[in-house]
Design a protein around this ligand. Structure first.
Ligand code: AMP
Ligand code: ZN
Length: 471
């Protein structure tokens, strides 16, 4: 499996650093509002990446953070006059519900920034000890970009002609305003009740330090893969590298991947431009999560994708073609009685094309071409029945194998598993964190709490799974 690495700007073979499990960190949502479908383009791309890694028989450990304290969440909570945690909870819950509607597989761990303030403070302390960070007069702490020689290696910036040397307190800024960035921000009037005590006084972490601290906690000081939308590349990911590598002296991440933006009339879909749709908006208009997923993944992740309702209407037609074909195939499978036969050669050929496409830097247009070729050839084979027969179950298995990556095909005799309620999902997430921290007492306590809600947790070396009791 080859992917394009934004750091080296080359296609490279993806091989687990520890020979076993790909450790993946995906920058998650800032929970100050409902995520829009531009955000979900990024999460859908990461889902395809995750599924393709598994398709290639590699193991995966994915961490997606929840940014529940930053400039935007504080502004939102204070404007609404509610506590930060209450404000962000609504959007965390909505986020998990939306992921489910889009058939995005859950990550192994969803750490929230506000649960990891001590780790962030420790990392900032290390950076001060190493001489790459300093305290300013107001009690904030800044990273001195001149002290880290590798600064700019991800964004490929030539700093000799550009560096302004100014300080930037905001979380987000552009390449023209590069300068020392905030690791810890001193409390200000506008922060209201939000703040934590630190060696530098009351304050809160900067956005960038959140991801360095949480990724290294759960994935180690050096890990395989880190992804996000292209807007995360600078300054967020550049700063993450600087913080982590200056602190540990080791390479932070092997491969960086970034998806292009979902656009509307040529402009990035974003909250600030007001040109966005949330998943809820589209579902209210009568589109399904499956149709929306189809549109989001049916373009190469590094190509721009322009959002249009006509694409959703086309998705409906394409999915109907697939459903008709798999439906007929299932009917034939029930009556044909041929179970042990060979995979039909035309289906095997389509699967080879499919695998080659997904393994070539997640070429999803190529993968869908292979799927529709399979539909066409299956229909042709069904039309030749009963004269020329073939193994329906083996042909169906090829559809299922492709769907391990795509996640858009329905199979008639599948009964969907009962969805895990948000309350149970939250407890499971907290339990995963307790187990990573080797807090077994807390882990047992959470298992009992989950059990009281009627769900049973099982632990294996791949993590925890949950089933409804008595099923
Ligand atoms: P945010 O909640 O703003 O931190 O963004 C969450 C994720 O969505 C990040 O990985 C962003 O890069 C990504 N993102 C934001 N807007 C878009 C867009 N229009 N198209 C694709 N990805 C986006
Ligand atoms: Zn991040």
């Amino acid at each position: 499996m080859k992917v394009y690495n934004s750091l080296t700007r080359r296609n490279e073979e993806l091989v687990p650093l520890d020979g076993n499990t790909i450790r993946l960190y995906t920058c998650g949502p800032t929970v100050y509002n409902f995520a829009h479908i531009g955000n979900f383009r990024a999460y859908a791309f990461e889902d395809i990446l995750r599924r393709t890694i598994k398709f290639n028989a590699m193991k995966i450990k994915q961490v997606m953070n929840l940014t529940d304290v930053d400039d935007k969440t504080i502004r939102g909570a204070n404007a609404a006059g509610v506590a930060l945690a209450d404000y962000t909870r609504t959007f965390k819950d909505a986020f998990f519900a939306d992921l489910k509607k889009l058939n995005i597989e859950p990550a192994e761990i969803y750490p929230a920034a506000t649960d990891h303030i001590p780790e962030m403070i420790r990392l900032v302390e290390t950076l001060i000890e190493k001489g790459v960070a300093y305290k300013s007069d107001d009690g904030s702490v800044y990273f001195n970009v001149r002290k880290f020689p590798g600064y700019g290696k991800l964004a490929h910036i030539d700093f000799d002609n550009q560096r302004t040397g100014e300080r930037c307190a905001a979380d987000e800024y552009d390449k023209e305003n590069v300068g020392d960035f905030a690791l810890w921000k001193a409390w200000e009037e506008s922060d209201g009740p939000v703040g934590w005590d630190s060696p530098w006084g009351r304050g809160r972490p900067g956005w960038h330090i959140e991801c360095s601290a949480m990724s290294m906690k759960y994935l180690g000081e050096t890990f395989d893969l880190h992804t996000g939308g292209i807007d995360n590349l600078f300054p967020h990911h550049e700063n993450e590298i600087a913080q982590a590598e200056a602190a540990t002296g080791k390479p932070f991440v092997n491969t960086w991947m970034h998806c292009a933006h979902l656009r509307v009339n040529g402009e990035k879909m974003s909250k600030s431009l007001g040109n966005f749709f949330t998943l809820r908006d589209l579902i209210e208009k009568g589109y399904s999560g499956r149709e929306i997923r189809f549109v989001l993944i049916n373009a190469h992740y590094r190509s721009g994708l322009n959002f249009a309702f006509s694409a959703l209407d086309d998705a409906r037609k394409s999915l109907a073609r697939i459903d008709h074909c798999t439906g007929e195939l299932e009917k034939f499978a029930k009556t044909s009685g041929i179970d042990g036969g060979e995979t039909p050669p035309w289906a095997a050929e389509c699967l080879d094309d499919f695998a080659a496409a997904v393994n070539d830097d997640l070429n999803l247009p190529g993968a869908f071409a292979a799927l529709f070729d399979l539909v066409r050839r299956t229909n042709a084979a069904l039309a030749k029945l009963p004269g020329e027969t073939f193994s329906a179950s083996k042909a169906l298995a090829v559809f299922k194998r492709m769907d391990e990556v795509l996640g858009v095909i329905f199979f008639g005799n599948e009964t969907p598993a009962e969805p895990v309620p948000a309350e149970v999902a939250d407890l499971l997430n907290r339990r995963a964190q307790a187990r990573t921290a080797k807090d077994w007492a807390e882990s047992d306590r959470l298992r009992d709490e989950i059990s009281r809600l009627g769900w049973q947790v099982k632990d294996s070396k791949d993590g925890q799974t949950v089933t409804r009791k008595g099923k």
